[in-house]
Every structure is written in structure tokens, then in C-alpha cells.
Design a protein around this ligand. Structure first.
Ligand code: SF4
Ligand code: SF4
Length: 364
């Protein structure tokens, strides 16, 4: 029962870090040749990784790095899952005494924080990035291929995940709004619970719809969605419920405000968009990524680490080229790991500017 409550909280309260003890875990019966994996010490992630490995019958050593209880993607974007973090986990776990090799499988989504060339130079460990989703690990290991196939290196945001993140957005927004709503209910009886339902429903709908509708996510799209919701509300209230329009005006403004706020905040709950307040406010991305053909050595690492499938390979020269710029999430993983400093961008990778990362980094 406790685990069900915990899982529920982990799934829908992701604003908060949920640390589990860092250190070395033994999955199955690993020996000196078994694979060594590393992940973040976000409790849900560790449990999911162990469960999946057990289910797929993989014997492995699992290093749980101290990322301050933050999941892989956010920890890497917030500088809490870095090359230093990995080296520290390798050293403190004494994994070198357990295995006869120095090959480490890293989650692909930590690539914006971990530089595998620097890792090799400083620790002797050869890092490889695994698939985005742990459920594809077994097939990749069995295939013997150096890298997971392209379709398992891309981050997707399917319906189930959008539903979970929409609920998270609702919980998060309510935590911030509950006190002002209760205060407002002193003058407007019942205002708090009607608003609570409205915010929650709007957060889930927003996450389900906002990435499916045309246009860039952000404040402007939120305003548009809020306007559409207000119009639908008006039609139903006036024609079906026969409520006088004049009584609705306050609610219409409130619906548009909620829509605008959620439109602004929703992208930061998505793995398709790295939070940047300015971009979210303006609804602009304008990310630029270019590969210098003179510097590129054609190693293909940028293609392996990019979670958005931005890069392709020039068939004639074998060098990388930025093919799908519109997909770029500005995570910085390609720049971090390019061994030839061949990639230029018009944004800075590294520290994420979402409020949680900013607060945690201030507390460092
Ligand atoms: S751009 Fe950098 S990482 Fe990509 S193939 Fe060229 S050298 Fe390798
Ligand atoms: S191209 Fe964009 S999304 Fe892909 S790795 Fe580079 S910064 Fe990240």
C-alpha cells in the first residue's frame, strides 16, 4: 500500500526531488564481465530501471549517482548529473574491484551534462550512451551494436506521458494557487473549488493538446487556447444553461488568464522543450545549430546523443549536418560531446533556467 501511495506521489508530484540512497546496486547475479550502468538517484527511476532489468533477465551492476534526487533529464540540464557526478559515483562505489572492464552505459538523456571524452581522460572509463527508454536496453545489448538504433534515441511525448505531465502541471499550479484562491473565497464564496477544478482540467487538457495543435507553445498559444476555452464556455453557459452573459464576464477573464499561464508553463513540463523563460514568454525558439564541415571528423556522436534527431550524415563526406533544426530542444548535448568542437549554437547549453533548477543551484 505504501508503495502505491509513493508511486502515485512520485508520478504526480515531480516538482520535488525524491532522493534514494546513492551507491552500487547489484541486479540479478552480475559477474566481472557484466555491464555497468549508471542512473540518477530519483527513486522512481531507480526502481523502474531495476524492475526492467529484472524483467528482461539482465544481470548488471547499477551505479546510482547522487543527482540530489532529480531525474536524469532535469539533473543533466541543471548541472546535477555531470562528468564530475559520474566520476564521483565510479570512485565511491569501488566498481573497479567488481569488474574486469571499464565500460559504462549512460542514459542518453544525461548527455547534456556528461562529456564522455572528458570521462575517459579523467577516469579511464569508456562511456556509451544507451537508449532513451530503459525498456529498449535489453534488445540493444543483445544486438551487439555500438549504438542504439535511431528510433530508440529520440525523445517522444506520447499520450500517456502527456497525461502524467498534465496532472503534474495541475498539482504544481494548485500548490502555488491554493492560498490566494482560499483568500479570494472570503469575498467570492465557492470560488476556490470551482477554480481548482478549472485549473486542474485546463492543465491536463493543455498538456494533451498544446503539442498537437499548430504553432509554437508559449504564452501566445496559451492565450489563444484560453480564448477558445472561454468561447466554448460562453456558448454552453448561454445557450444550454441559459445563464446571462453579464454574469459570466468575470469567469471569462479568469479562464483566459488560466489558459495564458498554463500555455506559458506547459512547455517546461515537456521533454520536447528545454525551459527558457524568455523563449516561453515570447513563444520564439529560433535555435540555431550548425556543423563546421572543416572541423567535423564524422564520428557520429552528435547523432547518438541528440534526443531530437536533428542531425543527419552527409552521404558523400560522412560528416554530420544539422538537418532538422526545427526539432532542436537547445539541450546542448551535441556541443558537450562533440570531440572536435565542430558544433556552433546561438544558445548556451548547460544550466536549465526552470525555477526548480535555479533554486537548487542557488542552494548548492
Ligand atoms: S559534429 Fe562533432 S560529434 Fe558530430 S560527427 Fe562531427 S565531430 Fe562528431
Ligand atoms: S541539436 Fe539541439 S536537441 Fe539535438 S543535441 Fe544539439 S542542442 Fe540538443
Amino acid at each position: 500500500m505504501l508503495n502505491i501511495i509513493k508511486d502515485f506521489w512520485f508520478l504526480f508530484g515531480r516538482l520535488f526531488p525524491f532522493p534514494t540512497k546513492p551507491g552500487l546496486r547489484q541486479v540479478g547475479s552480475p559477474d566481472k564481465n557484466s555491464p555497468v550502468l549508471i542512473t540518477a538517484n530519483f527513486e522512481l527511476t531507480v526502481r523502474q530501471v531495476i524492475n526492467t532489468l529484472n524483467k528482461d533477465g539482465i544481470n548488471a551492476w547499477l551505479l546510482v549517482a547522487n543527482t540530489r534526487g532529480i531525474n536524469v533529464w532535469c539533473a543533466a540540464g541543471g548541472d546535477n548529473f555531470s562528468t564530475d557526478t559520474v566520476i564521483s559515483a565510479l570512485k565511491s562505489s569501488k566498481i573497479e574491484e567488481m569488474v574486469d572492464h571499464k565500460r559504462l552505459i549512460l542514459p542518453q538523456l544525461c548527455a547534456s551534462g556528461v562529456n564522455i571524452h572528458s570521462l575517459k581522460k579523467r577516469s579511464g572509463w569508456q562511456g556509451r550512451f544507451g537508449p532513451v527508454d530503459i525498456k529498449h536496453l535489453a534488445a540493444w545489448l543483445q544486438s551487439g551494436r555500438p549504438n542504439p538504433p535511431a528510433e530508440h534515441r529520440r525523445v517522444l511525448f506520447p499520450f500517456k506521458n502527456r497525461l502524467v505531465m498534465g496532472t503534474n502541471l495541475g498539482v504544481n499550479t494548485l500548490l502555488f494557487a491554493i492560498l490566494p484562491l482560499l483568500l479570494a473565497s472570503y469575498w467570492l464564496p465557492g470560488f476556490w473549488w470551482k477554480s481548482l477544478l478549472l485549473i486542474f482540467a485546463a492543465a491536463i487538457l493543455n498538456c494533451l493538446l498544446v503539442f498537437k495543435l499548430p504553432g509554437k507553445p508559449g504564452l501566445q498559444k496559451g492565450l489563444a487556447l484560453g480564448g477558445i476555452a472561454a468561447a466554448i464556455f460562453t456558448v454552453i453557459a448561454v445557450s444550454a444553461l441559459h445563464l446571462p452573459f453579464i454574469n459570466l464576464s468575470g469567469w471569462l477573464i479568469w479562464i483566459i488568464v488560466i489558459g495564458a499561464y498554463l500555455g506559458y508553463d506547459t512547455p517546461s513540463w515537456s521533454p520536447l522543450w528545454r525551459t527558457d523563460m524568455k523563449e516561453l514568454l515570447l513563444g520564439e525558439r529560433n535555435t540555431e545549430v550548425s556543423v563546421s564541415p572543416e572541423k567535423c571528423i564524422g564520428c557520429g556522436l552528435c547523432q547518438n546523443v541528440c534526443p531530437a534527431g536533428v542531425f543527419g550524415r552527409d552521404l558523400l563526406s560522412g560528416k554530420s549536418t544539422a538537418l532538422h533544426l526545427e526539432r532542436c530542444q537547445a539541450c546542448g548535448a551535441c556541443v558537450e560531446n562533440c570531440p572536435a568542437a565542430a558544433i556552433e549554437t546561438n544558445f548556451e547549453g548547460g544550466i536549465c533556467s526552470c525555477p526548480t533548477c535555479q533554486i537548487l543551484n542557488k542552494l548548492k
